[in-house]
Design a protein around this ligand. Structure first.
Ligand code: 0PR
Length: 391
């Protein structure tokens, strides 16, 4: 503890200086993040209501009402209005909540196993470790889709759940959820869909006329969905979404907290004290942008994605891994070699993409802060690097 208090001005000055090291979204250099600058309206709301605590919802019944309302709205967006759920801190918490519910549902299985595609996010590894579940990973086909035959071969008497991803972390692909649903029905398993990234894109792409396979609650055996407002929902961090179709499971497996100041309450969350401002800001954003607003944002991201894809494919020595389905592009070399070197060289020039070394892919996420002029600047640097490497 410093013994001389500083003035507010001094502190702000120091913060400005020290935080100037941080990258900003509007610089254009952040090309591999699933987050973006939230809308100013949402951040204003967020800071206004910063003290709301949904860990004790009886004290903040207005905030709780907004949470319930937004969950129903999201349920409707994903094919079933009649859902229970909660705004979480992000995809990791939501995925762990889903795994916990599945584990509790199959308490009779002493060595529970979950099967996820090899492309699944690391949050499932975390959940498995924390919950004492064995995680089995199904291989991907050579075009990076989930190999359904391998999934089937991994099922055992210990299996409790399956995961399908609608918007994979590496390439934004959609697993064949309908087929996965069939497997889950045949084996009476819990089926969770991780649409942390895709949840706020796919419904709008569909409305824009894209051919999107079914992935949501409209499929009978999809029991829970993760969809994150702090990714393409453009809400301030932290803001995740967890939705559950069978509401009886909330009664059965919600944690009962009897002594709260606001009165006893049941919840699913991993957290106790939790930020209500996220929920309020997202509710505000949802009402402000409306479906039309989100649709326009997704449309613009897809236009820039197509432009980016075209520019990448024009550069000798590199190519786009698969045709993008959403605003994620995987970049690789002709034979997958030297991807790490390209990443290293790009980093020297400040560009920040994601390196998926196991897949030999550089991932770009075309969030709303990524503009055409950033792509142009990036492609000039990328071409200089590849020319040196491949000539
Ligand atoms: N599920 C999927 C499909 C994800 O892609 C992610 C995160 C999660 C779950 C977990 O979400 P939380 O990070 O909200 O817990 N995907 C991003 C990734 O790993 C997270 C991210 C965001 C990484 C911003 C970097 C970054 O700058 O790529």
């Amino acid at each position: 503890m410093k013994d001389i208090a500083k003035s507010k001005e001094k502190i702000i000055e120091e913060l400005e200086k020290r935080l100037s090291k941080d990258l900003t979204y509007d610089s254009g250099f952040i090309l591999g993040s699933m987050c973006s600058e939230p809308l100013k309206f949402a951040t204003e709301i967020y800071s206004k209501y910063i003290s709301k605590n949904l860990g004790d919802p009886g004290l903040f019944p207005g905030t709780m009402e907004l949470e319930n309302e937004i969950i129903q709205e999201l349920g409707g967006l994903f094919g079933c209005r009649n859902v229970v759920g909660t705004i979480t801190t992000g995809g990791t918490e939501s995925n762990i909540i889903a795994m916990r519910i599945a584990r509790n549902l199959f308490k009779n299985k002493k060595n529970p196993e979950f099967i996820v595609p090899a492309s699944a996010h690391i949050s499932f590894d975390k959940g498995a470790e924390l919950l004492g579940i064995t995680l089995k990973k199904a291989k991907l086909t050579k075009d990076f889709y989930l190999d359904l035959n391998h999934i089937s071969s991994l099922i055992s008497e210990n299996t409790i759940g399956l995961v399908g991803v609608a918007g994979t972390t590496s390439l934004g692909l959609i697993d064949p959820i309908e087929k996965l649903a069939k497997i889950s029905e045949e084996n009476s398993l819990f089926l969770h869909v991780d649409a942390a990234f895709g949840g706020f894109i796919l419904p709008f792409l569909k409305e824009l006329g894209y051919n999107i396979p079914r992935w949501d609650f409209s499929i009978k055996s999809v029991l829970s969905i993760t969809a994150d407002p702090h990714k393409m929902g453009l809400a301030p961090i932290p803001s995740g979404g967890f939705l559950l179709k069978p509401s009886s499971l909330y009664e059965e497996f919600g944690y009962e907290i009897p002594y709260l100041a606001g009165g006893g309450f049941k919840h699913f969350n991993i957290l106790g004290t939790r930020i209500g401002a996220s929920t309020i800001a997202f509710w505000a954003l949802w009402n402000y942008l409306g479906k039309e607003g989100y649709k326009n944002i997704v449309k613009e991201c897809m236009e820039i994605t197509s432009y980016f894809e075209k520019r990448i494919n024009e550069i000798p020595g590199i190519k786009v891994v698969v045709k993008p389905i959403m605003n994620i592009i995987g970049i690789t070399t002709e034979n997958g070699e030297k991807v790490e070197i390209i990443d290293e060289e790009l980093r020297k020039k400040k560009w920040k993409l994601g390196l998926f070394n196991n897949l030999k892919i550089l991932r770009a996420v075309i969030m709303p802060h990524v503009k055409k002029e950033h792509i142009d600047k990036f492609c000039i640097d990328l071409e200089l690097i590849t020319k040196k490497l491949f000539n």
